[in-house]
Design a binder for this molecule. Structure first.
Ligand code: FAD
Length: 805
């Protein structure tokens, strides 16, 4: 056995083999895969082998499209068969809501280059004749859907990797992973020790155990899953004899997926009475066996399926496949460099290895070989969960995800499992004031405040929800008087030390402010992609506070630590520094009433230490609402006292609390972008307008400088713009196509209703040469093309007089 390698991939399921192949494809040939048994000995061998592109996350859908298109390439390279059946697939809509969702998906597919199609019930009956179309409103047809041979495909990846120079060691169990001081790893196996520069954990069902060898908790959990294969079905046999194949049918109402298998059918279920498996760890002697049949838990699903696919009831059961596979709390894979670790990479929790395995392999290999991925991978980045994640949280979330696998995913939906979990000292006060809660990165955050007999629950919807009136009320309070909400859900970092300024200058593209001032800055990757959107507060020459997205803490900390300098002390203070923001024309008066210091001379973008009420605070004059506003930070134990001061001073100014729904409406008035919508690694500073905050004048070779300069010289090809939309009762959420002269020329990044201007607003990209005030376009919302006009003048405080005044 080889004893040194650049990369040791642990696990020879479809995911590990895909990672291995992609590493060789990108030029790393000194790579090795270690498998404790034969290849495919985890979930992979018993998978149903189905693949599809549909995914609520657009980048995940694109990677699924990549995976599916890759199989032909694999067959060509290796001469092996993946057993491909590109039979197409139709997802059924049993009601208008589901149909709306499918239409929204179809719209997104337009600019992703995926040729899906909305079909009528009659067309479904023709395409998929085993379907009883009673009650069906329509469907989405995807010609790329199909199925393959799981074992053949895994071996094809393996052969392609070997052809690229990789080694595969089977019957070799990793028992320890020990890091050397230089960051490389001793991978101890039953056949000896391999010294590897990098480790990839692709341990699938055993990923938790493999992670524990290095002291890492991977938030994933195995679930039991069952599908049934029938004897011959005459309707299918007739199609085959006529030279055809029956397509896949996804029936979300019945939580089932169905496809042809041999001359019969195969149907699997995501049943509600689902069961987590191996709660305390996956046994090492598991692998080639199945779980006992369990018809009880799928009894209701089967009854439903008999009605939707009557041929099933007449068919005998040939075999039942019941096995476990793993999920992360949100159902997406866990990929990337593991936060807090050196040279340790994750390729775990891939619940749809045959739809996603190729994309996961490609992204991870790009990350390892080229330093960054070609697209935003946040939806599957293992850094999307924080230090707070535990098995106790993961398990109920995984169960919820399994149960909701086929549920409609609404843009405003808040999922209830494992909540409330993390709360701030304000939880009971806000709850008593009618807060309707959302969750961000495990933290309870008020979305809005219900009053009187308004329900304490926001109806999930693609259209304007029942939060509309409350949001309007809160926006009005901010614009006319003063509103208050927490700043707890900002990511916050303290940077101290003699090297602090120089480090910030190198890591941030923008200007580092002088003492007492703030600056806004993008953070760029070496290739010039946006990897952060920060406010820097200079508290003293050697002390800075950074604020950014709360949900990106692990992502940002990972980057900071990878790029650390001597003489810098960095601390994530997101959960220890809290406070409030107050915004609106009366904000100054409220603040002044709470402090003996004179705040009348505090300019826009100033920062000061002030005593507010009894609390020692950092106060900065800035607000994401675009209004006159202050962010007031204190430590956690002072938060309630600070609240008492601000709230009581606010009473004579009709102060109201406001939540995230109002915040997102208010920022639209000023066309302010938001992290992971307008600003993400999918985009550059020049495309989004954040280049105005890049300091090309500073004499520092900041990360991403070369790429940013090249883009400055060449100019971006697309530009982020704002649109006023003639919407009906549904606003833009994200990724709606923008039509111009009968063609899709761009897409939306986010949108919503500006309660202040009483207009529907969208932000989105169009080709730079078309980005002119007044450009008339159409934006496709839920399948209907709405007229929209490009606007350049903010809908509130266009000259900034209020914000800066
Ligand atoms: C019933 C069922 C039906 C399914 N149907 C589909 C489907 O239709 N389409 C689809 O896309 N997905 C399907 N899946 C899911 C699919 O099986 C998984 O997404 C996929 O197999 C995950 O692959 P993996 O490589 O991540 O993990 P695994 O297949 O679990 O592979 C992990 C490998 O790591 C090895 N390993 C672990 N620890 C060590 C160690 N210490 N040393 C050495 N080796 C180690 C294991 O032996 C194993 O071979 C289904 C799953 C089930 C249970």
């Amino acid at each position: 056995m080889k004893t040194t390698t650049r990369v040791a991939v642990i696990g020879g399921g479809v995911v590990g083999c895909s990672v291995l192949y992609h590493l060789t494809k990108l030029g790393w040939s000194d790579v090795m895969l270690i498998e404790r048994s034969e290849l495919t000995s985890g979930s992979t061998w018993h998978a149903a082998g189905g693949f599809h592109t549909l995914n609520g996350d657009t980048n995940m859908a694109a990677l699924q499209g990549y995976t599916i298109k890759l199989y032909r390439e694999l067959e060509e390279i290796t001469g092996m068969s993946c057993g491909l059946h590109h039979v197409g697939g139709v997802t059924l809509a049993e009601d208008q809501e589901r149909f709306d969702m499918l239409k929204a998906e179809r719209a997104k597919h337009r600019f992703m280059g995926l040729e899906t199609e909305i079909v009528s019930p009659e067309e479904i009956a023709k395409i998929a004749p085993v379907t009883n179309i009673d009650g069906i409103v329509g469907g989405l047809y995807d010609p790329l859907d199909g199925h393959l041979d799981p074992s053949g495909t895994t071996h094809a990846y393996a052969k392609a990797a070997r052809m690229g120079g990789a080694t595969i060691e089977t019957h070799c169990k990793v028992v320890e992973t020990n890091q050397r001081p230089d960051g490389s790893w001793d991978v101890v196996t039953n056949k000896g020790t391999v010294h590897a520069e990098h480790i990839v954990n692709a341990g699938g069902l055993w990923a938790r155990e493999v992670g524990a060898m290095a002291g890492v908790y991977f938030p994933l959990h195995p679930m039991e899953h069952q599908y049934i294969v029938t004897d011959e079905v005459p309707e299918i046999a007739a199609i085959i004899d006529a030279g055809g194949e029956h397509p896949h049918v996804m029936d979300p109402a019945g939580e089932s997926y169905l496809r042809q298998e041999g001359r019969g059918l195969c149907i699997g279920f995501y049943e509600q009475p689902c069961k987590p498996w191996a709660v305390d760890g996956t046994p090492w002697d598991f692998g080639h066996e199945l779980l006992p049949d369990d018809f009880d838990k799928i009894e209701d699903s089967i009854a439903f399926a008999y009605n939707r696919f009557p041929a099933l009831e007449r068919a005998g059961v040939k075999s039942v496949i019941h096995g476990p596979f793993t999920f992360a709390p949100d159902g997406n894979p866990l990929v990337g460099p593991v936060p807090g670790m050196r040279n340790y990479w994750s390729a775990c929790a891939v619940m749809a290895g045959f739809s996603q395995g190729g994309g996961v392999g490609l992204m991870l290999a790009q990350w390892m070989v080229e330093g960054e991925c070609e697209r935003d991978t946040f939806a599957m980045d293992c850094a999307r969960f924080g230090y707070w994640i535990t098995p106790g949280y993961t398990r109920p979330k995984v169960i919820e995800n399994y149960q909701k696998r086929f549920s409609i995913a609404y843009p405003n939906e808040e999922l209830p499992a494992a909540r409330p979990f993390r709360t701030t000292p304000m939880y009971d006060i806000f709850d008593g004031m009618g807060a309707v809660w959302g969750a961000q990165y495990g933290l309870e955050v008020p979305n809005y405040f219900a009053e009187g007999d308004e329900p304490r629950y926001e109806t999930p919807s693609f259209r304007r929800s029942n939060a509309f009136d409350a949001t309007a009320r809160e926006v009005k309070a901010v614009r006319e008087n003063v509103g208050i909400n927490e700043v707890h859900n900002f990511g916050k970092y303290l940077v101290k030390g003699t090297g602090a300024r120089a480090w910030l200058d190198r890591i941030m593209a923008g200007r580092v402010p002088q003492v007492g001032r703030l600056s806004l800055t993008p953070m760029l990757s070496p290739k010039g992609r946006l990897i952060g959107d920060f406010t820097i507060s200079c508290l003293s020459e050697e002390e800075f506070q950074l604020t950014a997205s709360y949900g990106s803490q692990a992502y940002h900390m990972r980057w900071f630590l990878q790029n650390m300098d001597d003489g810098v002390h960095l601390e994530n203070i997101s959960d220890t520094r809290t406070g409030f923001q107050i915004a609106g024309p009366k904000a100054r008066e409220v603040l002044q009433a709470c402090t003996r210091s004179d705040v009348s001379d505090m300019r826009f973008m100033d920062v000061r230490r002030l005593t507010v009420g009894m609390a020692d605070c950092i106060v900065q004059r800035v607000s994401y609402t675009g209004d006159l506003g202050y962010e007031i930070y204190c430590d956690l134990p002072s938060q309630r006292a600070l609240w008492d001061s601000l709230w009581s001073a606010g009473q004579e100014h009709s102060m109201k609390p406001f939540g995230m729904r109002a915040m997102m409406s208010l920022r639209l008035d000023k066309f302010f972008g938001s992290w992971l919508s307008e600003f993400s690694p999918d985009y550059t500073a020049a495309e989004t307008g954040l280049d105005r905050f890049i300091s090309f004048r500073k004499d520092v070779d900041f990360i991403g400088r070369t790429a940013a300069e090249a883009e400055r010289d060449a100019g971006p090809s697309r530009k982020l713009c704002a649109f006023e939309v003639d919407a009906d009762d549904a606003d833009v959420t994200a990724y709606e196509p923008i039509w111009l002269d009968g063609a899709v020329v761009g897409f939306c990044t986010s949108g919503g209703y500006s309660h202040h201007a009483q207009k529907s607003v969208a932000l989105g990209f169009v080709p730079v040469e078309r980005a002119q005030e007044g450009l008339e376009v159409e934006i496709e919302i839920l399948g209907s093309r709405r007229r929209a006009r490009l606007i350049t003048s903010p809908l509130f405080d266009a000259d900034g007089a209020r914000m800066r005044g």
